[in-house]
Write a protein that binds this ligand. Structure first.
Ligand code: NAP
Length: 470
């Protein structure tokens, strides 16, 4: 190969796509730790930028530059605007929306390719394998698109109900069989225009039907699953277009999404089938097990502050309620005050505390809590018996001893933070509200537990003020 060939536009484009893929992988690697996550986003962003710019020079693209620029401008402005103003607690639905767009884009590419085939022009890079992958990508991408939009609507509070009807799963199964039949026709036969419409219509419907019966609170797991599916669809369409950046990015996203889905399901000790086909988190489960004995004993902020200020060791356990209250900054202020008084303070993070993986880590990082104060479940659990005070702020399920002790509990088997083993437990929450699983928490009734009622941020503020006045 001479230098001219080597520097041909196609080679340069392929080289750029390869560089893009490496940037994506490097970015993803850096995202695995909160310390380097920001850098990871930038690396992956640069990769995406290169892939986008290079595509303008692609020999297969010779028109529609104006439309491409318009789409990029609209997308960038909307993403910038929504990314800037989204609250941390609304992050799961934003991911659902972006995810849906990815699935939709993959499905749209497949649709264009299949229309080419229908009109006789043939796929851009023909062949049976490409056609099968185009159909598979269309199927998966379309389901991920409509499913993610329903997930978004549920998390955004636009759609509160869980829709179920008798025989729903049989209906879904029959529709899916119909979809597979149509997919077969598109992949292996001379199909008609109506087949195309029916195929995409049915795939959209199945995405909706699969998602509407799932409880809104289970959505983060479902979103992660759709994320994996979107990655797969993009990877397939990358093959169809012979675009290495799409192939690698799709496969990486598909693999990462699958791992994340598995991790979340495992940390909740629930098989994925249970998330997809059972009504957990919808209030349908009942309490699970007997109601706790005894009563909840409350404490005032002033007394709680004294208990912590004179303790040797305090462990803070944040949960979903801290995110709702946006109490992380006040909690960090409280931590500093306690540390100034010589109290040893640590943060205990449960892998599924909050509503998305890493939720608590992100909040604590945002407040400036140093990473060396933050411990994972397996590292901190042995420390609870030597802890004077565990301050549970807005956490519920992740500290529920029923997961350890009550075989009839829906969360039985889920690893929990053993705060009940510490000498004293102070629980900050607004009232008698249950957590994500909708079940009672025996911890709140224990002899060594005191309930400190109120909004997380207000209570943290009161604790700060009380400690300052000591
Ligand atoms: P949780 O069990 O959902 O409990 C949160 C508690 O926070 C509630 O009991 C609520 O009680 C309290 N709260 C709400 N707003 C508050 C406020 N403004 N101030 C103070 N307290 C407030 O939370 P968790 O212990 O973090 O457990 C997470 C749950 O989500 C687990 O069951 C997990 O399986 C599930 N989940 C997690 C993920 C993930 O990736 N992290 C994904 C899917 C599902 P009050 O109403 O009485 O205040």
């Amino acid at each position: 190969m001479n230098l001219e060939n080597l520097l041909s536009i196609e080679n340069l484009i392929n080289f750029s796509y390869f560089a893009t893929a490496i940037l994506f992988i490097r970015g993803l690697k850096l995202m695995s730790s909160p310390v380097t996550a920001r850098k990871g986003i930038i690396w992956a962003g640069v990769g995406m930028g290169i892939a986008t710019v290079v595509t303008f020079a692609h020999p297969q693209i010779s028109s529609n530059y104006g439309l491409m620029l318009l789409a990029i401008t609209i997308g960038s402005v909307l993403a910038w605007w929504s990314g800037k103003r989204v609250a941390m607690t609304d992050m799961p639905q934003m991911i659902a929306l972006y995810n849906g767009m990815g699935g939709g884009a993959a499905a749209a590419i497949a649709a264009v390719e299949l229309v080419r085939e229908y009109t006789g022009a043939g796929l851009t890079h023909g062949g049976v394998v490409a056609q099968v992958l185009a159909v598979l990508g269309a199927l998966i991408g379309t389901i991920a698109f409509s499913g993610s939009l329903i997930a978004f609507a549920k998390l955004q509070g636009w759609m509160r109900k869980v829709y179920r009807f008798p025989g729903q799963q049989v209906v879904n199964l029959l529709l899916f069989a119909g979809l597979l039949f149509l997919g077969y026709k598109l992949a292996f036969t001379h199909f008609g225009g109506m087949d195309l419409y029916l195929f995409f219509g049915l795939a959209l419907l199945i995405g909706v039907l699969m998602t509407v019966p799932i409880g809104g609170a289970d959505m983060p797991v479902v979103i992660s699953l759709y994320n994996a599916l979107t990655g797969l669809a993009v990877g397939f369409e990358g093959f169809v277009l012979q675009n290495p950046a799409m192939m690698i990015a799709g496969i990486v996203v598909g693999a990462a999404g699958t791992l994340l889905t598995q991790l979340m399901a495992k940390a909740m000790n629930r098989p994925l089938t249970n998330v997809l086909f059972a009504g957990f988190g919808t209030g349908d489960d009942g309490g699970g097990g007997e109601g706790p004995e005894g009563s909840m004993k409350s404490i005032e902020a002033g007394d709680a502050a004294i208990t912590m200020a004179y303790a040797e060791k305090v462990v803070i356990v944040p949960g979903y309620g801290m995110a709702v209250a946006q109490a992380q900054h006040k909690i960090w202020e409280l931590t500093q005050l306690l540390k100034d008084r010589g109290v040893k303070v640590a943060f205990a993070i449960h892998p599924v505390a909050g509503r998305m993986p890493g939720h608590m880590n992100v909040l604590l990082a945002e407040a400036g809590v140093p990473y060396d104060l933050i411990y994972d479940l397996e590292d901190i659990n042995s420390q609870f018996p030597n802890t004077d005070v565990s301050l549970v702020i807005g956490a519920n399920d992740v500290v529920n001893p029923a997961a350890r002790e009550d075989k009839s509990s829906p969360i039985y088997g889920m690893p929990i933070l053993d705060v009940d083993h510490s000498h004293n437990v102070i629980v900050v929450k607004r009232g008698q509200g249950t957590g994500f699983s909708g079940i009672q928490n025996h911890l709140f009734f224990a002899d060594n537990t005191r309930m400190l009622y109120g909004d997380g941020q207000e209570v943290a503020q009161k604790l700060v003020a009380a400690i300052k006045s000591l």
